[in-house]
Design a protein around this ligand. Sequence first.
Ligand SMILES: [Zn+2]
Length: 405
Amino acid sequence: MRRATLSGLLVVAWSAGVAPGAGADAPSWFTADVVRTDGRWTADGSRIVTAVTLRTSDGRDLVVSQVGGHAAGYTMVVWHGEPLLEPGMRARVAAHRGATAWIVDDVIALDGGVATPSVRTVTRKSGTPLYWAKSCAQIVHAQEGTTGVAGETEHAVIADALATWNTATAACSFLDLVDRGAQDREVGRDFVNVIKFRDDRWCRPAVDDDPERCFNAQAAGVTTVTFVDDPDDQRDGEIVDADIELNNVNFRITVDGQGSGGAPCAADLANTLVHELGHLLGLEHSCRNSGDPERVDHAGAAVPLCANTTDAIITEATMYPFQQCGETKKASVEADDVQAICASHPLTDDPGACEAPDELGGGCCGAATGGSGPLAQGLGLGLAVVVGLSARRRRPAPRRSPARP
Ligand SMILES: [Zn+2]
């Protein structure tokens, strides 16, 4: 019965632009995923209205109109009205046929839609969520790859991981991860985003005025994000460089279960990489480790301590900070991840330029004095070393938190 109602609604919805009904019909309910939102101000400037593209379980799209949403740098929310439909959300939606569009009457967000709250990394000073200012983040693979998997397999897995994010967010976000292929590159703030394997030492090599820096042996990967951290700068929160390093020393990096490293604990490459790319994109963990500052998710709810939660919506998330040996479940991107990227980089705000971030005024590194810390501070740059995906080999070990920078 409900099925028949749904089909009828869809057929009429598609023809509504041709022959809109004269009056309002009774609301119909249906279940759908939100794939895109396009907000605009009405001509009189009094309200934002949003055209919401919904996709039903059989893959058909229809557009409904909701009051409120995002447009031209503003968000309009109707408290005690129905929740805003946001990309990545699954909902029961009631709508009726208005004179020119299908009008939303009610929304009930469903569990299993935005199953996991999304959390974004924020600047240390102003708490501004991090973002990419250009249409893309360009990714380079360090050309030597890894000796841990056969042939050039790792480069194909990297390409697949980038495509996983791009495909999942394509309907609602402008941000693309662009694969620039293999280059001879080391990690560092050079406005080039590198994926680097560590086969011999789980360390970043020394530079002229700074020694080798080794990482927590329990981390299968780390992502280093450099962003503008200056509340007085209009670029506050902009990511300028993000590099990923992968641990084939304390872990055995594998593809389809195969890897020649000597460590007993397998770290599936796609599993680790899709999680680390989440950090590169500006996402935070789904729960806090002890010592992490308090933070909130996209809905304003407090993010719990990992040690205090067994809630599957937290522990099954792509951005959960622990993995089991051989785990593969983080190799996919879920609705909460899509919501986070599409809310922060919506299609409607596409800057239309895929290029490396601009350097901040004043340049960098000309002075021979001081280490990277003071120099970076002087430039208003914040440096966040996000240590990702620690091993969790037995039962959850709440006290064994990943290393902090
Ligand atoms: Zn992580």
